[in-house]
Design a protein around this ligand. Structure first.
Ligand SMILES: [Zn+2]
Length: 339
């Protein structure tokens, strides 16, 4: 997929295109950013822009050069069968061993076979074992002819400082919920309402959105709604603690209570935004949770005035606390008192 088809990351793709146009792309790049936002796709787009047989040049536009996406080279890169574009991915134990790195490096000692530039793309470079990183280091210092290394990672801090210091880091941010939803509809055959509902809880990551099964989505949505409906009528302390208990005992998979609560809270936050929109008389089509529109409309007047916004702030604080290792139970109980 060429740069122009990438959703989001405009600044990063423009920067890469300009560097390629000028022949000034650094030979070692580190794409750092949250899991599932499209770093791998941008790496493949870079490989395409470098090797496309009919690149589009438009020096005055943000994308100074871009791949056509349809020539033989672009097509092979997209299918993962271009001989000069080598993907290195973690094994089933989530690690990349030194043998794999040695094998790849031996293939970079010749000039590219069919392309102009050889591109080695390492997925989750933080999973490279220390010896593997050390083996890579020499090539990063003195890159083989016509070779570009692109490493992607969500945890750049887990790489050896020597590897990091030899790479140019490009930071990737989270996508907006609209961008996540656009990718789900375009590339993953989801319907628009379905995609918007999942995107609302995906924290700007297509990867995270895809990790939810449809039953998970329904259960988590019910749980978030429960938190809001149970507290909507300004329940007393006991009612609020009951709401917290109900959230805690939601019948979903409990092997990751912290992550799951974070999703429920993000969903509750997006519902509170929807409630504000409903109270402001906004067009129903702007709602992030159209599938829950009826339920949200039913409690919207309970959250009138500043209450929806205050509740939103409380949910946000709860998310921060959760991120700082506060226990899920404590966070839920605190929040149920604040909403
Ligand atoms: Zn092409």
């Amino acid at each position: 997929m060429p740069f122009h088809a990438i959703v989001g990351h405009r600044r990063q793709t423009a920067l890469l295109a300009r560097a390629i146009e000028r022949g000034a792309l650094p030979p070692t790049l580190l794409f750092a950013g949250p899991m599932g936002v499209g770093k791998w796709r941008v790496a493949l787009a870079t490989a395409q822009a470098l090797n496309c047989l009919e690149p589009r040049r438009s020096p005055d536009r943000p994308l100074a050069v871009d791949a056509c996406g349809t020539c033989r080279a672009c097509e092979r890169i997209a299918r993962g069968i271009h001989v000069d574009v080598i993907a290195v991915e973690p094994d089933e134990k989530a690690s990349i061993k030194i043998d794999v790195v040695r094998d790849v490096l031996s293939r970079t000692s010749y000039r590219p076979f069919e392309g102009r530039r050889r591109v080695v793309i390492v997925r989750d470079a933080d999973t490279l074992e220390p010896q593997a990183q050390n083996a890579l280091l020499k090539s990063l210092e003195e890159p083989p002819p016509a070779t570009v290394f692109i490493m992607t990672t969500a945890v750049p801090g887990a790489l050896l400082p020597t590897v990091r210091s030899r790479s140019m880091t490009l930071r990737f941010g989270r996508l907006t919920a609209d961008e996540v939803s656009a990718v789900l509809v375009r590339d993953h055959e989801q319907t628009e309402p379905e995609a918007r509902a999942v995107a609302a809880m995906a924290d700007g990551s297509v990867g995270q959105a895809l990790s939810f099964g449809s039953t998970d989505v329904a259960v988590l949505r019910e749980t978030a709604l429960l938190l809001l409906t149970q507290t909507a009528g300004r329940a007393d302390v006991q009612g609020r603690l009951q709401a917290a208990g109900a959230v805690a005992s939601s019948p979903s998979k409990k092997d990751r209570p912290r992550e799951e609560l974070a999703v429920v809270l993000r969903l509750a936050a997006s519902m509170l935004r929807d409630i504000e929109a409903i109270n402001a008389g906004a067009d129903p089509r702007v709602l992030a949770n159209p599938v829950a529109a009826a339920e949200l409309r039913a409690i919207a007047c309970d959250f009138g005035g500043d209450r929806a916004r205050e509740a939103f702030v409380a949910v946000d604080r709860a998310l921060v606390a959760l991120g700082r290792n506060a226990g899920p139970k404590v966070v839920t109980e605190w929040l149920s008192m604040q909403i």
